[in-house]
Write a protein that binds this ligand. Structure first.
Ligand SMILES: NC(=O)c1ccc[n+]([C@@H]2O[C@H](COP(=O)([O-])OP(=O)(O)OC[C@H]3O[C@@H](n4cnc5c(N)ncnc54)[C@H](OP(=O)(O)O)[C@@H]3O)[C@@H](O)[C@H]2O)c1
Length: 293
């Protein structure tokens, strides 16, 4: 069986690593804050003192950290970076949600080491990770994906190869922008309906059955109605994804105005102290704004 390294054991990385252990893989782990790996060590994970050390025996390396800056530190730090521990032929899989520009730079650096690179961000959040139901959007060489496929399959319901390195990141940011815009719109619409005197519990129940309401929005609407904001997909990560998406859009020909507007709404929510709440918690910020008008 393949030897795996998982770098970054936050909400998503710890679940990926746990599933791989359950599937019987030998899993080396690294996390910046070492104590966060203790629960996985109790399940058999092998802790490493640095990303470089974690990779030295690995056939497949999976990165799952916050943002471009964390990914840069993880992979390319001059002494401890994972890139220095990669063997020729190892497949490095970056699953964090990152900017396509950084992903392409990282792909080049890893290629120069004789290792292979995939960007493989995921659709789905903590519950989908726990249930092995993530959807991978993969950029990179098909041969590298063939090597890594069985390992990605342990965490996912589907694996889509969408183009060269950076394509996974591009599509992932687009999916999150589409979701984030809809959630912000929903928050505004519920605030307007509340202001118009509608019964919000009944409204949310009915909205959930309308043909225009996606399953994801239906779930978010009921979280907004019950004010349940325990994070699955926290607002500070939503903001980061919009930041990368808007930067990407400004380089292309797309009309970014709606994305920029939504981005501003998430920035404001962070400034108001809601950054660690779930994306559904954007309704708190929108409600504040509509009441202060
Ligand atoms: N949560 C979701 O619903 C979701 C869904 C799909 C994709 N994603 C994406 O998946 C990635 C991880 O998300 P998450 O929810 O697991 O985040 P998280 O719980 O906040 O975990 C972040 C991880 O990154 C590490 N990290 C942060 N800065 C670092 C640095 N400078 N150097 C090394 N490690 C660093 C953290 O280490 P410490 O423990 O030391 O802080 C932690 O292991 C993000 O790119 C996110 O956008 C998230």
């Amino acid at each position: 069986m393949k030897n795996i390294a998982v770098l970054g054991l936050g909400a998503m990385g710890s679940r990926l690593a746990g599933n791989l252990l359950d599937a019987g893989y030998r899993v080396n782990v690294y996390n910046r804050t070492a104590r966060h790996s203790l629960a996985l060590e109790a399940k058999g994970a092998i802790p490493a003192a640095s990303p470089r050390e974690a990779c030295m025996q690995a056939d497949i390396v999976i990165g799952m950290v916050t943002d471009d800056e964390a990914s840069r530190q993880l992979w390319t730090h001059a002494e401890s970076g994972a890139i220095h521990g990669l063997r020729k032929g190892t497949v490095a899989v970056e699953s964090s949600t990152l900017s396509p520009a950084w992903v392409r730079e990282l792909s080049g650096a890893i290629g120069q080491r004789g290792a292979h690179f995939l960007d493989a961000p995921v659709l789905g959040s903590r519950p989908q990770a726990e249930a092995h139901q993530l959807v991978y959007l993969v950029g990179g060489e098909a041969t590298a994906l063939a090597e890594a496929r069985e390992v990605l399959a342990a965490n996912s319901a589907a694996i889509h190869h969408v183009g060269p390195a950076g394509a996974g990141a591009t599509l992932k940011l687009a999916a999150n922008a589409l979701f984030g815009i809809q959630v912000a719109a929903l928050g505004e619409i519920l605030a307007i309906l509340g202001g118009a005197g509608m019964d919000i519990a009944q409204t949310v129940e009915l909205l959930g059955g309308f043909p225009v309401t996606s399953p994801a929005l239906k779930r978010i609407a009921s979280l907004m109605a019950t004010r349940s904001f325990t994070p699955n997909f926290p607002i500070h990560l939503v903001e980061k994804d919009f930041r990368y998406f808007v930067a990407m859009a400004s380089k292309g020909r797309g009309n970014q105005s709606l994305s920029s507007l939504a981005h501003d709404i998430y920035i404001q929510a962070i400034q108001e102290g809601y950054g660690n709440d779930d994306i559904a918690g954007i309704s708190q910020s929108i409600n504040r704004t509509s009441h202060s008008d």
